[in-house]
Design a protein around this ligand. Structure first.
Ligand code: XMP
Length: 519
């Protein structure tokens, strides 16, 4: 799907101009939560490019720089004159003040954290439904001392006279605070006022219409051709396959390479869901023995990864080679991957995110139905399509699977032991209802043994390490503060139920300096 979703569909689009840091993605997600389609564009976007997209509105994100610093990013000023409503947030609002005849002063009186905002009467951003005094999240050093020419201040704080301003006639809006963060309790309503009342955007970005649009686009792209899709057990490839199947039915064949390195029951569930429930044509390759043969004697983590990756590709190629005239390859690339790669070029996929790590030189045209979706949207689409909760809410799992959670040589016995312990960890997290708060929770099997005593006997057996982290995006992570009772439950169950284990340890390392996985 090379075309941009917003430009050739019935969805009103809001462009979020990225001025750096992580702000733009969050804003774009909030806009979509208000059922308006949004896309992120770089701050170098020109007025002509914006005009061509004809968005319903534009939001200028926050950013880490001061508008007064030399080389600080600017916006093509002609964009303000396109007649498209613009909302500046934090840095974006300061930039509007600077570029549109207001004043931004380095007063030395910045505001950080929760700040009380006093809302004036009238205006679009706060409507009539909002409390006149509310808490907002601030994070700025410079201050807007004078709103842009023609704009009226509609809210103030103790330090900032123009904490929010607007010129409804010319479609100019600005807020010094961050409406997109949860620490601004009424922030989402403020964004909605901008979207619906300021821009007149229609809230049509709903799961039903996303699915309808995707299905139509997949049909247009694939026509009567054949497509293949590698299933990894993860949510992205599962949702991509289900969507493509909805669009083209039996023209899709899925290939599932069971490496034997998946979590307990996972392989069976993939087959059960896709073959039995969805009736998808599925080639199921039981390849565990080949992986164990290949991994015999391999202990170096990188060598292990490489061995697993290469064998996976070879088996996938063999299996898909048997599907006659397959010209399309379905991939579960997500919008954050597209943003990160900094290009709209369909060929650019970070290998880390590549389903099963497929090679670049395969002669397929890519079908990427999730290319414009955030992870939370992918999950909602999956739920809407009827995928089971365990797949839709599955935690991230590394391509090389348990192979990188067994330190040292990977053997069938060790995999069985780890699968068992890992299933207990996940089951207890599920029972404690912590699944959606925790990014990943799993077990690791190190290559050591320790002494213990069970009954009257001295044991010399394996420890299991429990790893649980909270994270937003896996770039950084914090070790999860699991309740002691929960850890106790996991520990006693693992020792009692998993033969060969006599000790359980909990990993209290954050990332950095640790990584989430052990290899
Ligand atoms: P680390 O260990 O680098 O992991 O902190 C960050 C995230 O990436 C996952 N991960 C992988 N995913 N292939 C993958 O597809 C891999 O080789 C791989 N290694 C780590 C990890 O589970 C975490 O979510």
């Amino acid at each position: 799907m090379g075309s941009e979703l917003g430009s050739d569909t019935h969805f009103d689009t809001v462009l979020v101009v990225d001025f750096g840091a992580q702000y733009a993605q969050l804003i774009a997600r909030r806009v979509r939560e208000a059922h308006v389609y949004s896309e992120i564009v770089p701050h170098s976007v020109t007025a002509a490019e914006v005009a061509e997209r004809a968005p319903a509105g534009i939001i200028l994100s926050g950013g880490p720089a001061s508008v007064h610093v030399e080389g600080a990013p600017r916006l093509d000023p002609a964009i303000y004159d396109l007649g498209i409503p613009v909302l500046g947030i934090c840095y974006g609002a300061q930039l509007m003040a600077l570029q549109l005849g207001g004043q931004v002063a380095n007063t030395g009186r910045g505001e950080y954290g929760k700040t009380e905002l006093t809302v004036g009467d009238g205006g679009v951003l706060f409507g009539t439904d909002q409390p006149r005094t509310q808490t907002v999240w601030m994070s700025h050093f410079d201050s807007i001392t004078e709103a842009p020419a023609g704009c009226t201040a509609v809210a103030t704080t103790a330090e900032v006279p123009a904490a929010a301003f607007e010129d409804v006639e010319r479609g100019r809006f600005g807020v010094q605070f961050h409406p997109e963060v949860v620490h601004t309790p009424h922030g989402q309503e403020i964004l909605k006022h901008f979207l619906y009342d300021g821009c007149g955007a229609r809230p049509t970005w709903t799961m039903t219409s996303i699915i309808e649009t995707e299905v139509a686009q997949i049909r247009a792209q694939v026509g009567s051709g054949r497509a293949i899709c590698g299933l990894s057990g993860g949510v992205d490839s599962a949702v991509a396959a289900a969507l493509v199947h909805k669009a083209i039915g039996h023209q899709l064949t899925c290939v599932f390479v069971d490496t034997g390195l998946m979590r307990q029951g996972e392989g069976d569930q993939v087959v059960e869901t896709f073959k039995r429930t969805f009736g998808i044509e599925l080639i199921h390759v039981r390849a565990a023995d080949r992986f164990f043969d290949r991994l015999a004697g391999v202990v170096d983590p990188e060598e292990k990864r490489k061995a697993i990756g290469e064998l996976f590709i070879r088996i996938f190629e063999d299996a898909s080679g048997g599907i006659e005239d397959a010209r399309f390859l379905v991939q579960g690339t997500l919008y954050p991957d597209v943003i990160e790669s900094g290009t709209d070029d369909a060929a650019t996929i970070k290998s880390h995110h590549n389903v099963g790590g497929l090679p670049d030189d395969m002669d397929f045209e890519l079908v990427e139905p999730l290319r414009w979706l955030f992870k939370d949207e992918v999950r909602k689409v999956g739920e809407e399509l009827g995928l089971p909760e365990e797949i839709v809410w599955r935690q991230p799992f590394p391509g090389p699977g348990l192979g990188v959670r067994i330190i040292g040589e990977v053997t069938p016995d060790k995999v069985a032991m780890l699968q068992h312990a890992d299933a207990i960890v996940r089951e207890e997290v599920h029972k404690a209802d912590l699944e959606r708060e925790i990014w990943q929770a799993f077990a690791v099997l190190p290559d050591i043994r320790s002494v213990g005593v069970m009954g009257d006997e001295r044991t010399y057996a394996h420890p299991i390490i429990i790893r649980a982290v909270t994270s937003e995006d896996a770039m950084t992570a914090d070790w999860a503060r699991l309740p002691y009772d929960l850890l106790e439950k996991m520990s006693s169950r693992i020792i009692n139920e998993v033969p060969g284990v006599n000790r359980v340890a909990y990993d209290i390392t954050s990332k950095p300096p640790g990584t989430i996985e052990w290899e």
